[in-house]
Design a protein around this ligand. Structure first.
Ligand SMILES: Nc1ncnc2c1ncn2[C@@H]1O[C@H](COP(=O)(O)OP(=O)(O)OP(=O)(O)O)[C@@H](O)[C@H]1O
Ligand SMILES: [Mg+2]
Length: 253
């Protein structure tokens, strides 16, 4: 997290525009994610939330504008070990995929390119990530045999295995029951508050977003509107903008 202390910000976007096949989906986006932020990105299907997240983690390159990670132009950024990313539908895995939970979590560590550690030190890091997420008892199970909620936790542990300073999660709780979802968000809040981890999460769980995040980013009409304070007025406004009504059952506030 030293890099955070140096520049104070994880992501900065200046006038970012992105298009698929010439059709713009993001235009003139300016935003800043500070170190220690817990930002929830919300918006309707197709609003470009996943696209925005992929630009943040360098998987997509903007058509124009500037993206900076930890104070550095993303084109020159090399410290990918600082960043954990879980893609939308990461848990969609064939039931016969031949990897155990421990192997999947370990692959996150190798992705961090932390250099060589002896076997024991490596095992400790992987065990710690599984312990933190509460899946140590699943270590030897095949990933394809787990439930959706269990798989989400495995991918969180995988992202944590490289000890990132910032986590980017794209709808990590889709299809998970309310109790497991609550537990997942509690864990994210713990990582954010106790370990100073910056969290950017794309979610349709409006209730959880309002409860757990400190900031809300509405992705709408190719723009991103950041709400720094989540008060009741903002909640109603945001719900209105998104076409949700607070109190609707499916919003699950
Ligand atoms: N690879 C692609 N090629 C062309 N168009 C794409 C591609 N990926 C996404 N799009 C389009 O870009 C827009 C934004 O897509 P994106 O996946 O970022 O939306 P989203 O907000 O994440 O939606 P959801 O809530 O459904 O996940 C959509 O109109 C989508 O059809
Ligand atoms: Mg998406």
């Amino acid at each position: 997290m030293d890099r955070c202390l140096e520049c104070g910000e994880v992501v900065r976007m200046n006038d970012v525009t992105f298009a698929y096949n010439g059709i713009p989906v993001l235009e003139g986006v300016n935003l800043k994610v500070n170190c220690g932020d817990f930002l929830a990105l919300i918006g309707r299907n197709g609003a470009a939330k996943s696209t925005l997240l992929k630009i943040m983690v360098g998987l997509l390159r903007p058509k124009s504008g500037e993206v900076r990670l930890f104070g550095r132009d993303i084109r020159n950024f090399r410290d990918w070990g600082l960043i954990g990313y879980i893609s939308q539908n990461a848990g969609d895995i064939n039931a016969s995929f031949p990897a155990t939970v421990a192997e999947v979590v370990a692959s996150g560590y190798y992705g961090g390119l932390k250099g060589f550690l002896d076997r024991r030190a490596r095992k400790n890091i992987i065990d710690e990530a599984m312990e933190l997420v509460g899946i140590r008892d699943l270590a030897g199970r095949l990933i394809g045999e787990l439930s959706g909620g269990q798989r989400q936790k495995v991918f969180l542990a995988r992202a944590l295995a490289k000890k990132p300073a910032a986590l980017f999660l794209d709808e990590p709780t889709t299809g998970i029951d309310a109790a497991a979802r609550e537990e997942f968000y509690r864990l994210l809040a713990h990582l954010n508050r106790e370990r100073g981890m910056t969290i950017v999460i794309v979610t349709h769980d409006i209730g959880a977003a309002f409860t757990r995040a400190q900031k809300i980013g509405c992705v709408r009409d190719r723009h991103v509107y950041i709400h720094e304070q989540i008060n009741e007025v903002d909640q109603n406004h945001i719900a209105d903008v998104l076409g949700y009504r607070i109190g609707d059952d499916y919003v699950d506030l």
